[in-house]
Design a protein around this ligand. Sequence first.
Ligand code: GLY
Length: 338
Amino acid sequence: MKRREFIRKGAVAGVGTYAATKLGIPKLGAARQKAASGPVVLSTWDFGLRANEVSWKLLSAGSNSLDAVEQGIWVVENDPAITSIGYGGLPDETMKVTLDAAIMDWRMNCGSVGCIEGIKNPISVARKIMERTKHVMLSGSGAHDFAVAHGFKPEDLLTDESRKTWLNWKENMSDRDDWVGPHDMDDLTDNHDTIGLLAIDKKGRISGGTSTSGMAWKIHGRVGDSPIIGVGLYVDGKVGAAASTGVGEANMRIVGSFLVVESMKNGQTPQEACETAIRRAIEVHSKQIKADKQFQLAYIALSRTGEAGGAAIRKGFQYAMYKDGINKLYDAKYLYTQ
Ligand code: GLY
């Protein structure tokens, strides 16, 4: 038995089934036993609409959901106008562009990359780690060397635009950085617009991925939530998938994407499950949320039956869904109203 097969069988089939029957976890409703009949793509933010187009086309032609996730995410990684992901992503405080990404499929196979430099498509490095190593996550220079060994071309990801934006930050605002004193833990926010993309293929198989350049002006070496399995992304082929965007540090404290999928496993709809995680985040971070109007965290979730949901701390988060031939942007429900 292959290692990943073993992990899957042990962790999911064995423990999951046993737990559901012996520990009184409610069984999935009849609707959730049935896989979605056609392709569905769900992704974060308005740029998700363009990513969805590519994923949908692949899925309609019969591709599996893993390819659809990877290639949908390429659209935003390759676009220099999107300053929070891939090429053109805003750099850290030392003017280096460092990227995070993760990918996971319906069989519990997963791979991720943290703080990689000079590689435009970290989602594909994450996939390569999943498919060509016994590890789940590589980071920094080791991840870069691994990518080069697999034929990825190193390139400068800093655009002229993002260099000028960095310079402006350095000249005018760099005293407001991410270093904090021992009594100042409230200042943790900035720009965190991650692409999270979840897809179901014609065979009902669900996969997900995330990709981001993380927080602009972050301390060099910082890794966000996006590449951490269970935090920025989680997929359970028998239940559904979830992904996040927003303040990664807040999401790490509540292991949000796992919480969303586990809540679905315990009977909640994707919408209810996203709200469960957002309520938890608000409980844990009430002081920071009150002090900082930019403090945002959001989730999207897709059940294996093709039901979708999305929720955020604050107003403003949108997600894109391609379903039944229609690609549409939705305003997510927000739970913090003070
Ligand atoms: N959610 C992306 C980040 O905080 O890096």
